[in-house]
Design a binder for this molecule. Structure first.
Ligand SMILES: Cc1cc2nc3c(=O)[nH]c(=O)nc-3n(C[C@H](O)[C@H](O)[C@H](O)COP(=O)(O)OP(=O)(O)OC[C@H]3O[C@@H](n4cnc5c(N)ncnc54)[C@H](O)[C@@H]3O)c2cc1C
Length: 451
């Protein structure tokens, strides 16, 4: 295993951000013996206490990335009662409208914090630096890029991979009309930046909660509480699945907002705002008994966070890589939660980056780079961009379309269960059945073609 800054003449990669994408990329590089350091602005590995599910494509990408990543994922993933994703008319009848096979033990959920912690155990302590908030990147013309952090410190690297989430600083630097080396030191609202530097409010917000499983079973019944379900209806939908070794039911209630802007814009960069359970109860009043029972499982009390759903569908980044800097995961193509695919896209990105950088690192270590280290790193990131752009942009767009289907807003489909089943199966299969091996082969072939 490489430790930071010690791999002789090989590459050293700076990963900005220790979320799902950053950690997976780190472990992919580690498996290929490429030296890296993660720089994370928080004081430790941090995820919120909510659930996340990884779809079959994400599982295949994890196995190819690093078998230990996949094994760690399996240790946390929570078995579903059935290998089906099931949709219910949550509004009128409470009856099943469609079920989709997820594959054997497929599309399992778990606690975000538990997945992150389990993966983080595989990262050597000297490979990550906390409390390092990236501000800018300079020295593009020199052999090493220079990262500047808000605490005044700097670090060097051969390439910088921004895995710094939906409000990515690295994306701002990458898309800035001025060269990256002229440092942008102001806040997210820098007016010179293009619209794609910022995510857009999708006019959806959500409530997220973890209900104790005994309470969930007693109000929904064992069959509904112990496997993955979604409840469709006009202007809202609910998703539930078990997490935490089936001690908790993860609940996500997504509500359409007539307001075109997130009314909390003043809270710079914050996607959460104070909400109330009463708001959720009102949004689902008149729905079927089960849907209302799910909403009543949200925690009682005056306030609970509501989350604005933001994405990059309206203002996609025109490219993910420039020179020796690129973005991956939400930093490149943030998407809504509706297809359960955003985390998986970051893991697919991580796989391609690990493969192309691993290959280039091998060439650099063998001295097999007549064109120079910088040029081969640039080409590797270009290849990453070429291979990942269409796939990820398609998922961002289809995620919005899927939400319309769940909330009966698609004028062609409406509430027709047969048409819904056909459409939604197609959407999920496009995400799940993606040819992960083919993606890697394509990336390596492009790189070989230039060698
Ligand atoms: C409600 C909801 C439900 C979802 N459910 C699913 C699901 O079931 N399945 C799925 O696959 N996806 C799901 N997603 C999407 C998924 O959560 C995201 O795609 C994923 O978490 C993105 O990971 P990331 O590592 O790219 O970014 P992040 O998780 O945002 O991580 C970015 C990291 O970078 C750090 N950082 C930021 N700026 C800087 C800086 N300047 N310097 C240093 N560090 C910095 C942050 O502190 C953070 O640790 C859901 C999303 C939402 C909103």
């Amino acid at each position: 295993m490489s430790s930071p800054e010690t791999s002789g003449d090989g590459l050293h990669i700076a990963i900005v951000g220790a979320g799902i994408t950053g950690i997976n990329l780190a472990l992919g590089l580690q498996a290929r013996n490429v030296s890296y350091t993660i720089y994370e602005r928080s004081p430790g590995f941090r995820e919120i206490g909510a659930g996340i599910g990884f779809s079959p494509n994400a599982e295949r990408a994890m196995s190819s990335l690093n078998l230990e990543v996949f094994a760690a994922y399996r240790r946390i993933a929570n078995a579903n009662g059935e290998d089906y994703f099931q949709w219910v008319d949550g509004h009128k009848t409470g009856e099943l409208i469609f079920k989709l096979h997820v594959g054997k033990d497929g599309f399992q959920g778990g606690l975000r914090s538990a997945f992150l912690e389990e993966w983080a155990k595989l990262i050597p302590p000297n490979a990550v630096q906390f409390n390092k908030h990236l501000d800018t990147i300079t020295k593009l013309d020199s052999p090493k890029l220079l990262l500047h952090f808000k605490d005044g410190t700097t670090a060097t690297a051969d390439a910088v991979i921004g895995c710094d989430g939906i409000r990515s600083r690295v994306r701002q630097l990458l898309l800035s009309p001025s060269p990256i080396s002229s440092s942008i030191t102001r806040n997210n609202m820098n007016p010179k930046l293009p619209p794609s530097a910022h995510p857009t409010y999708t006019r959806k917000f959500c409530f997220r909660a973890l209900a104790p499983m005994p309470a969930a079973i007693s109000s929904l019944g064992r069959a509904k509480a112990t496997t993955r379900f979604m409840y469709n209806g006009p202007g809202a939908h609910l998703i539930t699945y078990p997490v935490g070794n089936s001690t908790l039911l993860n609940i996500l209630a997504v509500i359409s907002d007539p307001n075109p802007v997130w009314p909390h814009q003043h809270a710079q960069g914050r996607h959460t705002a104070p909400g109330t359970k009463a708001e959720a109860v009102a949004a689902f009043s008149g729905w079927c008994d089960t849907a209302r029972a799910i909403v009543s499982l949200l925690p009682d009390g005056e306030e609970m966070d509501k989350w604005g759903v933001f994405d990059m569908a309206e203002h996609p980044a025109p490219y993910y890589a420039r020179g020796r800097v690129c973005v991956a995961g939400d930093a490149a193509h943030a998407t809504g939660p509706h297809l359960g695919a955003g985390g998986g896209m970051g893991i697919e990105d991580a796989l391609v980056l690990a493969e192309v950088l691993g290959k280039v690192d091998g060439r650099v270590k063998r001295g097999d780079t007549a064109e120079g280290k910088g040029a081969v790193v640039e080409r590797a990131l270009e290849v990453y961009n070429e291979v990942r752009y269409a796939r990820t942009q398609e998922v961002v767009q289809s995620t919005r379309a899927a939400c319309d289907l769940f909330q009966w807003r698609d004028p062609e489909v409406g509430r027709d269960p047969e048409r819904f089943g056909r459409e939604i199966m197609e959407q999920f299969h496009r995400v799940w059945k993606y040819d992960i091996d083919g993606m890697v082969e394509e990336a390596l072939a492009k790189l070989d073609a230039d060698a």
